[in-house]
Design a binder for this molecule. Structure first.
Ligand code: NAD
Ligand code: LMR
Length: 323
């Protein structure tokens, strides 16, 4: 007998990221190949025709695990009793636009959705915020969902983590899967800090294997920080398939565990590493039994502290700009 379908809400269903994400979810890439799912697709009233087109395509794939699809423009209907939610829907950045321009426009969306999640989402639901500015949107959502456990909310920093994995693996001539203990700290923005201090490949420190501090500080860190912008410049639109892939990676690790390995997640701070409580900030975590734990007690040197301070300062600025 098949188990009860898992209910997954996805917002921004007519958008670019969802045009990849929904098909991956329906294929079983999150819950595995024996778990049926129901998709709850939320988008604006004016996007419902486009959502209908996506639904027709989902139907035409004949995914065996996809038991039901609900289309709606009502957040309460979308989040009612869900097991997981991908909050993708928001306005993306276009050429020449900085993330701060998005702050006010997108804050309102996450207030409304936070209230709806507070009222109707399953208490163990995992909520992943993808829509930018993702960290601050997640903080706004948490502030508007006082009865919902803030540890059940995270924002996506995994795309930056994956981007750094590939660049490091290339430089070290190893496989991406060989690398552990990479950290991306902070805001999903150009102030983020891809930190190789603890990273190893096949057990050996990557900083020793690569032995090129100039490349680390002057090439890797800025390239990862500006990668989103470089993709917008090249494609004329922000990253989509890689963002969808990272969203599934982050949610899957959170649900199913990391087997003792580190990954990066943006989660609500409890004051670790001097990150003010309540900010949603990228930190190293390990996941087990459907929960994450922040890797604590790392010694940060002056360079690390200055990079972390800069990204924290930006997060505080975003928070203050909206209060
Ligand atoms: N965190 C990350 O690493 C990361 C990476 C890439 C993109 N993003 C962000 O993801 C977001 C979506 O990107 P995209 O390329 O899919 O954008 P898109 O413009 O193609 O799609 C956005 C969709 O959201 C919908 N939407 C807007 N307001 C909504 C609301 N209140 N409720 C439900 N749906 C709503 C729109 O109608 C549209 O269908 C953007 O904010 C983008 O900047 C984040
Ligand atoms: O930077 C952006 O606006 C796009 C996205 O967040 C990305 O990292 O690709």
């Amino acid at each position: 007998m098949q188990s009860t379908p898992k209910k997954i809400a996805v917002t921004g269903a007519a958008g670019q990221i969802c045009y990849s994400l929904l098909f991956r979810l329906a294929n079983g890439d999150l819950y595995g190949k024996s778990q049926p799912i129901e998709l709850r697709l939320l988008d604006l009233p004016q996007a419902q025709d486009a959502v209908r087109g996506v639904v027709m395509e989902l139907e035409d794939c004949a995914f065996p695990l996809l038991h039901n699809i609900v289309m709606t423009d009502d957040p309460r209907q979308a989040f009612e009793g869900v097991d997981a939610a991908f909050l993708v829907g928001s306005r993306p950045r276009s050429k020449g636009m900085e993330r701060r321009d998005l702050l006010a426009a997108n804050a309102e969306i996450f207030k409304v959705q936070g209230r709806a999640i507070n009222e109707v989402a399953g208490r163990r639901a995992k909520i992943l915020v993808v829509g930018n500015p993702a960290n601050t949107n997640a903080s706004i959502l948490i502030a508007n969902a006082p009865d919902f456990n803030p540890r059940q909310v995270s924002s996506m920093i995994r795309l930056d983590h994956n981007r750094a994995l590939t660049q490091l693996a290339r430089k070290a001539a190893c496989g991406v899967g060989d690398i552990d203990k990479l950290v991306v700290w902070g805001n999903h923005s150009p102030t983020m800090f891809a930190d190789w201090t603890y990273a190893t490949a096949a057990g050996r420190p990557l900083s020793e294997t690569i032995a090129d501090d100039h490349w680390y500080k002057e090439v890797l860190i800025p390239e990862i920080a500006r990668r989103g912008t470089a993709i917008i410049e090249a494609r004329g639109a922000s990253s989509a398939a890689s963002a969808a892939n990272a969203a599934i990676d982050q949610m899957r690790d959170w649900m199913h565990g990391t087997d003792g390995r580190w990954t990066s997640m943006a989660v609500i701070s409890q004051g670790q590493y001097g990150i003010p409580e309540g900010l949603v900030c990228g930190v190293p975590v390990m996941c087990e039994d459907g929960d994450y734990s922040v890797v604590e007690g790392l010694d940060l040197d002056g360079f690390q502290k200055s990079k972390l301070d800069k990204t924290i300062e930006e997060l505080v600025g975003e928070r203050d700009a909206l209060s």
